[in-house]
Design a protein around this ligand. Sequence first.
Ligand SMILES: Cc1ncc(COP(=O)(O)O)c(C=O)c1O
Length: 421
Amino acid sequence: MKTRECLTTYLAGGVNSPVRSFKHLNREPLIVDRGSGAYITDIEGQSYIDYCGSWGSLIHGHAHETILEQATFFLKKGSSFGITTAIEGELARFVNYLMPSMEQMRFVCSGTEATMTAARLARGFTGRSYIVKFIGHYHGHADFFLVQAGSGVLHLNQTASSSGIPDSIVKHTLCLPFNDEKALQELFKTYKDQIAAVILEPVAGNMGVVPASRSFMNLLRKITEEEKTLLIFDEVMTGFRFSKGSAQSYYGITPDITTLGKIVGGGFPVACLGGRKEIMRHLAPEGTVYQAGTLAGNPVAMAAGLASLKLLDKENFYEELQEKADFLLQPVEEAIKGKKACLNRVGSMFTLFFGPEKVTEAADIKHLDNERFKNFYHAMLSEGLYFSPAHNEASFISQAHSFDDLLKTREVLLNYVCKYL
Ligand SMILES: Cc1ncc(COP(=O)(O)O)c(C=O)c1O
């Protein structure tokens, strides 16, 4: 049986995660065979410069030698025990050194588990039920996070954005427009003493890159502190992406709980939630909030994660990454000025939006020109460039991208802008 036929026959929808199917792009999905540095090669032998990097996990590129070495060393000692290993403590200590707000943490296997547990912990700690999230932000696929809301406090419309989720599950999820200070203030008045936590992507990546404004972030911290509501920074994507201290150091805000994923696992299935000891001790076995995992803290994945974090703890790591981002993106930014497009970026994560001239909140996403994106995406693939395969997603630059790779990419992008926009 041919590979493609085998996948479509035996996997639901042919994939293990929906965006990979390329259904929205009306084309057959890429089936990758291998990756090395900034490049991936598909089963037909076609190579691409990769700007998805396993959705931002691979800040050092594919198959980085040091990460492979460490993972292999641990793999040879035994792949899994379901018993505590020393490396779990070492990774936790290193995460705490980079992000001191995470005094204690718990490792899990996916971002979904981390955010789901963070919300349960916040509810257990505060004894309150409501969780506030922002429209367009994604926190994994736990039932109560898959909520689409109407815009504004007055039109709260808690309907799940997936079938299979009863209304009773989403009735404690409140959605707000991002960066809207007034809506935030009103919501806290309406639900006084009932909100367990506010969760957000400090720099949203899952509606394309959309940063929080500093004044919104300051207000959010102030209100949550005053109202004794926990502030959860979902840094699954932003964790270690544009600075060692992640988005919390970029904004100068200390959240109560942080969730991490992607980079913290060095390309392996690792995620994490952490915060102040007084909160974390509510997790079982010390406390009454339950969480567990057969493969949680898997030593091979921990070793890869630790190697990944040690590599980024080098002098000038982020300055160099910023230089690469500027080299690739500044000329593109210039070229699209006055055209029906905009480029949002923070550090090495970026999204090129077609349609609107600015995107600062989820409402702007409604004006995206998805047909244009589709054409763009097909053109890029034929030029050997693999960006994240959806219009409202972030793409990422890694340390493995050479200036030659970036120059080639820049020329293709500028040529496209010049010809088609
Ligand atoms: C900000 C954020 N939170 C949570 C998740 C869910 O993580 P996972 O796909 O590992 O379950 C993602 C995934 O992309 C994410 O970007």
